[in-house]
Design a protein around this ligand. Structure first.
Ligand code: HEM
Ligand SMILES: *[C@@H]1O[C@H](CO)[C@@H](O)[C@H](O)[C@H]1NC(C)=O
Ligand SMILES: CC(=O)N[C@H]1CO[C@H](CO)[C@@H](O)[C@@H]1O
Length: 329
């Protein structure tokens, strides 16, 4: 990194951290209105505490929901920007993102509803569902043993949630080059993509997401040759229980650590899109680095999450603060 880039990076971090506004310049884009101290400024200083306490209470009762919250935030941000479009229920005239088939395994909506209800009592009409989801995902990472980090707030909720928009989510059949391209279109480097995939240190995949690797894989292989053969047998055993049977991404599914990357080195990545990160020379070095150095993974992950949380954020009149996260006002 040259001196100039380093300077710009420090300046950018400074802006993000201090919430400094580019009022004079105009046209500086979407980071503009988000601030670390947004809810202090809005006279609602207890927001962070209420979110964290509520998330912790739910996760103590069911630790598997940490994965659910992190994934929900990702799906929110990759479809229409981080605007809580993922939370909207379908209505008579509109089938929402929620009801797209592959996205049906999202869970944890009741945690967001619980937080929202408390915040509406404290400061009605102030705290957006998009911010709640971003904070809840952040708190879930920390609850599970991952890094602690601060995120800027002030997102508004969107007014659109349509099933067809979920086409923008990455499919588990994509290879590393395709993932680099897809995340690149949203401004992420290959390294940031590999770091974000590390979210698969939490949670499970269902057979329907990986069974294509176990039979009729391609014209020359019945089973995906990048899959460890013993592990392929365990996955097949899981799938004999049906499409909804689950397998953990790594050996510590409720703990946020770097074991996911160790699993990839052992050819025991569950999704094709996981294992491909190790198979492609362009991303293998990053996988090895994170497998070797958990602190480096944590740092890169938190920075990439902050960046993901800024995707196409809506501000001002481009959005609203929903009264109920499931219903557009
Ligand atoms: C790189 C591209 C990605 C692909 C192709 C992908 C795909 C998938 C698939 C297919 C599942 C399993 C769904 C099921 O079978 O029920 C899953 C689960 C999950 N994904 Fe991703 N994902 C990607 C990136 C991400 C990112 C960037 C995050 C968050 C930052 C994330 C967080 C999660 C979590 C936490 C789970 C487990 C959910 C649970 O146990 O409830 N994924 N992902
Ligand atoms: C990734 O997939 C694309 C599209 O299917 C294909 O053209 C490319 O050769 C693949 N790359 C690798 C490294 O397999
Ligand atoms: C990750 C994934 O498979 N997303 C799917 C969500 O649902 C839409 C609509 O069915 C699919 O097109 C996406 O591929």
């Amino acid at each position: 990194m040259g001196k100039y880039e380093l300077f710009m990076l420090i300046l950018l971090m400074d802006i993000i951290v201090s919430g400094w506004r580019f009022d004079g310049g105009g046209g500086y884009g979407m980071v503009d209105g988000l601030r670390m101290d947004y809810y202090y400024m809005m006279n609602c200083p207890f927001v962070e505490g209420i979110v964290q306490n509520t998330v912790n209470r739910h996760l103590q009762a069911d630790p598997t929901l940490a994965a659910a919250l992190v994934r929900m935030h990702f799906h929110d941000c990759f479809v229409e920007g981080c605007d809580a479009s993922v939370l909207v229920d379908s209505t008579k005239g509109n089938t929402a993102e929620k009801d797209s088939p592959a996205n049906l395994s999202l869970r944890g909506y009741e945690i967001i509803d619980d937080v929202k209800e408390q915040l509406e009592n404290q400061c009605p009409g102030v705290v957006s569902c998009a911010d709640i989801l971003a904070m809840a995902a952040r708190d879930a990472v920390f609850f599970a043993g991952g890094p602690v980090y601060d995120i800027p707030k002030g997102r508004k909720d969107g007014r659109r949630s349509k099933i067809e928009d979920t086409i923008n989510l990455p499919s588990p059949t994509l290879n590393s080059s395709e993932l680099i391209r897809m995340f690149g279109q949203r401004g992420f480097t290959a390294q940031e993509m590999v770091a974000l995939s590390g979210a698969h240190t939490l949670g499970v995949a269902r057979c329907s997401s990986f069974k294509h690797r176990l039979s009729n894989f391609d014209s020359t292989h019945d089973v995906d040759p990048t899959l460890d053969s013993q592990f392929a047998k365990s996955l097949s055993t899981i799938c004999s229980g049906g499409d909804k049977s689950e397998h953990a991404f790594d050996s510590t599914k409720d703990t946020f650590d770097n074991d996911y990357y160790n699993a990839l080195q052992r050819k025991t990545g569950v999704l094709f899109s996981d294992q491909t990160l190790y198979n492609n020379p362009r991303t293998r070095g990053i996988v090895n680095a994170y497998a070797f150095n958990q602190a480096m993974f944590f740092l890169d992950f938190q920075q990439a999450m902050v960046k993901m949380g800024l995707l196409d954020v809506k501000e001002g009149y481009n959005g609203e603060v929903r009264a109920n996260c499931r219903i557009i006002n």
